[in-house]
Design a protein around this ligand. Structure first.
Ligand code: ATP
Ligand code: MN
Length: 481
């Protein structure tokens, strides 16, 4: 029996005249009484291979079972294609139906389905061209993340998923407990007694690996984490998931400028890698986006196509702007003066909303923006304070269509300053003693940032909803599959 080949390899390097075996899922079947043309896809590439079955040689009852969605195994000779647009055909000598898919019941018929509908059948959507392309690009990006850091001498660090500290301050957390929810043990004051829980105290799913990442950076110099993070924020937006993946490098001896430069270099590397390794899938996603935006008004359409956008990121320096400068720009902007912003900008110190971030990126600078030196009162306790007493060495990178894609900072390495800030913000010190000790023993200037992997995937695929760039999205009210 001929060996199985992946369709990607067959199309790339066809051995005409050779016998081969292909296994995959039927996309379409057409033909007539004498001949059937079957398009097969095995997920190795966006392209299908066409199997050509002479109905005098292949059993008719078998051909009837070859319907969209069925899984088949075909063996035959590789020949040059007669049809237009294809290069290679497989002349069927043997056909086995591995798994039928009833034409009445199979939901993925060869027609256009909405992304909303496909979310409801997330168990089958990887079989569409769109999701096949997205998940292949996702894989390439995961690989590129590790490649980038490995080439720079960073070590990948696994930080805990269950955490006992609730001090990261990144929003609501999911509790992890084995206590009986019907009848939990109570303290004398009538509160749930977490000292009798599995870990002897309250635990949650992590919102970030940063604090533990810092511990390792103060020993290994350069580390990065790439793990799942969880946020129970009930924000039903197209940019938030309850479970998402985050990449968090942490570097000893980096100041804020080094940190910003590394983040920019990293994003450019990912964009370049995608263009060098995923062009077929990107071409498909590019066309998909143009098609999706055809129905939008001119001013709502993206100015650049997907591929142009990636090229733009590679070719252009990001704009570095301080928070104070950004507030001035926003205060004097048209949408602010005409009260078009939902949240008007009138004073220094307020947190920026997504509408402001997108104005800066899409309308004002027309390129990715790195905002730095934020007011300390809107940022986390661990960010290094500037000498002005008002700002901290924070930086956010803002991208078109998304807003914040990276959040980072130089960390406060001075024991006394950090301790004072922890007290000011009423953070329970007993949960942070280990973090503080790193500032007591051999502290060093250090910095890091977090890239939300799915936010990056939105950018690189041109999808508009974060639910469509992760295989099985978790969002408020939804954790099926
Ligand atoms: P936002 O203001 O957009 O909610 P954040 O300030 O909460 O973001 P950070 O706590 O700085 O974000 O997290 C670091 C990065 O993780 C963000 O820059 C973003 O890329 C990503 N991120 C944050 N929250 C989510 C989420 N709920 N779903 C997906 N990605 C997220
Ligand atoms: Mn958030």
């Amino acid at each position: 029996m001929a060996k199985r080949a992946k369709i990607k390899d067959l199309l790339l390097n066809p051995k005409f005249g050779a016998e081969t075996n292909v296994k995959g899922w039927v996309r379409t079947k057409r033909g007539n009484k004498n001949i059937a043309f079957i398009a097969i896809n095995d997920g190795s590439t966006i392209h299908n291979i066409q199997a050509v079955a002479d109905l005098e040689k292949v059993d008719e009852t078998l051909i009837k079972l070859v319907t969209t969605g069925a899984c088949i195994s075909v063996t035959g000779e590789i020949v040059e294609s007669q049809g237009k647009g294809q290069s290679v055909d497989l002349l069927v000598s043997e056909l086995v139906v591995l798994g039928e898919a009833s034409a009445e019941e199979y939901p993925l018929q060869p027609k256009k389905h909405s992304l909303e509908f496909l979310r409801e059948i997330a168990h089958l959507r990887p079989r569409t061209n769109t999701f096949g392309a997205i998940f292949r690009v996702r894989h390439a990006m995961i690989f590129a993340v590790h490649k980038f850091f490995n080439e720079k001498g960073f070590y990948n660090l696994h930080t805990p998923i269950i955490t006992g500290s609730d001090a990261e301050g990144a929003g609501e957390m999911f509790r992890v407990t084995t206590l009986d929810s019907e009848n939990p043990p109570k303290t004398e004051e009538g509160k749930v007694d977490f000292s009798r829980d599995f870990f002897g105290h309250e635990t949650n799913l992590t919102v970030s690996g940063q604090l533990e990442g810092e511990l390792a950076a103060l020993a290994l110099s350069d580390i990065y984490t790439f793990g799942p993070t969880f946020r129970a924020e009930n924000s039903n937006t197209s940019r938030h998931l309850a479970e998402f993946w985050m990449i968090e490098p942490e570097m000893a001896f980096y100041d804020l400028n080094d940190n910003m430069d590394l983040a920019e270099e990293f994003l450019k590397y990912l964009a370049k890698y995608a263009m060098e390794h995923c062009m077929e899938d990107l071409d498909f996603l590019n066309t998909r986006l143009l098609d999706e935006e055809k129905n939008l008004k001119q001013e709502e359409r993206s100015e650049l196509s997907l591929i142009e956008r990636l090229q733009f990121v590679v070719d252009n320096d990001f704009e570095q702007v301080s928070y104070t400068e950004a507030i001035d720009i926003l205060k004097n902007s048209k949408p602010n003066k005409r009260k078009r912003f939902k949240y008007l900008i009138n004073e220094w110190g307020i947190d920026l909303q997504s509408e402001h971030e997108r104005f800066l990126v899409e309308k004002h600078f027309k390129k990715p923006v790195v905002l730095y030196n934020y007011p300390k009162n809107i940022k986390a306790f661990y960010m290094r304070q500037n000498d002005d007493g008002k700002t901290v060495r924070a930086m956010d990178i803002l991208f078109p269509g998304i807003g914040e894609i990276v959040g980072g900072s130089q960390r406060e390495e001075r024991y006394n300053v950090l301790k004072t800030r922890i007290d000011e913000m009423d953070i329970p010190e007993e949960s942070m003693w280990w973090y503080l000790e790193t500032r007591k023993f051999g502290t060093a200037p250090h910095s890091g940032f977090g890239l939300g992997f799915e936010r990056w995937m939105i950018f690189v695929t041109g999808m508009k909803n974060i639910r469509d760039v992760i295989p099985f999205p978790r969002t408020p009210g939804s954790a099926e599959f």
